[in-house]
Design a protein around this ligand. Structure first.
Ligand SMILES: NC(=O)c1ccc[n+]([C@@H]2O[C@H](COP(=O)([O-])OP(=O)(O)OC[C@H]3O[C@@H](n4cnc5c(N)ncnc54)[C@H](OP(=O)(O)O)[C@@H]3O)[C@@H](O)[C@H]2O)c1
Length: 257
């Protein structure tokens, strides 16, 4: 009889190293756009925030996976809501193993940040801009032609602004721009609003989901989930590619069919 339930975490002698696993995954860019991978941490009941931030859900293994995923990316795409809620900072220099891998793949030392915002309610003095290393290209801010001119003006010295749409950033257009400037792998770090739009537009190739061993409650109320928005036109079918486990956490890698 076929086995209906596979053992996902066989207790062999070999412990898979999450950094090596995530760094060496194959991520071929589809025609005209980069490979898009979403990375999120969620509780068992689907909450992605505790007191408005994701930090309460993480753990040491999750942080290693997070670093490995950043290590595999040319750019990090993030919604302005997440930048504001999580007080985003410039990506740090990775550890030696990740740096060696980046160099071998011809990648820049650190991925470039791409923030999506219509309002441009981003403080030019925030650490994301103020702590930016002069060795790195400026963060990109993808915005719209209707963005307030004074806010655009305030950010021009600390970011490279690109307009992709009149009132909302056209994500397909933005990904074509990122493709043009050499991004092969783009890591989307959320939040739920941006994730939803990318999935609805069929632009997601991979989801790396950490399932945190917590129950939080409040999802659908004041607590965020993975996606913010109405039902997707068609549910996105996922293929489970790998599960790693540490300390009651599950690290799931899904590919989008
Ligand atoms: N658990 C996790 O792994 C995780 C990961 C990420 C975020 N989070 C949580 O998620 C929460 C934030 O959720 P959110 O839905 O507000 O976040 P979001 O998707 O990061 O941000 C939404 C904002 O992004 C901008 N935006 C998104 N799509 C746009 C488009 N097509 N065109 C123009 N602007 C666009 C808009 O910014 P403007 O308002 O500036 O126009 C919009 O208000 C935070 O509490 C954060 O902690 C959790």
């Amino acid at each position: 009889m076929d086995r209906l339930i596979a053992e996902l975490t066989p207790r062999g002698d070999e412990t898979p190293d999450p950094v090596t696993s995530y760094l060496t995954d194959d991520r071929p860019a589809p025609p005209g756009r980069p490979w898009i991978l979403i990375s999120m941490v969620a509780s068992v009941d689907g909450a992605t925030t505790v007191n408005g931030r994701s930090g309460g859900l993480g753990g040491p293994g999750d942080r290693r996976v997070f670093q490995a995923l950043r290590g595999s990316a040319d750019m990090i795409l993030v919604g302005a809501g997440t930048v504001r809620a999580e007080s985003y900072r410039p990506p740090q220099t990775a550890d030696d193993q990740i740096m060696a891998h980046r160099v071998a793949q011809g990648r820049a030392p650190r991925p470039r940040l791409v923030v999506v915002s219509s309002s441009l309610e981003l403080e030019p003095t925030a650490p994301l801009f103020a702590d930016h290393s002069i060795e790195d290209p400026l963060p990109l801010v993808a915005t719209v032609t209707s963005a307030p001119p004074s806010r655009r003006e305030a950010l021009t010295a600390v970011a490279e602004l690109v307009a992709c749409g009149a009132n909302r950033v056209d994500l397909t257009g933005l990904l074509a721009v990122l493709d043009d400037i050499g991004a092969g792998v783009v890591l989307c770090e959320g939040g739920p609003g941006l994730n939803h739009q990318l999935l609805a537009a069929g632009l997601v190739d991979e989801l790396c989901l950490t399932i945190s061993p917590n129950l939080v409650g409040g999802v659908g109320g004041d607590v965020h989930s993975l996606l913010a928005g109405s039902s997707l036109p068609i549910p996105a079918r996922l293929h489970l590619d790998r599960v790693l486990s540490e300390d009651d956490y599950l690290f799931c890698r899904y590919l989008v069919s």
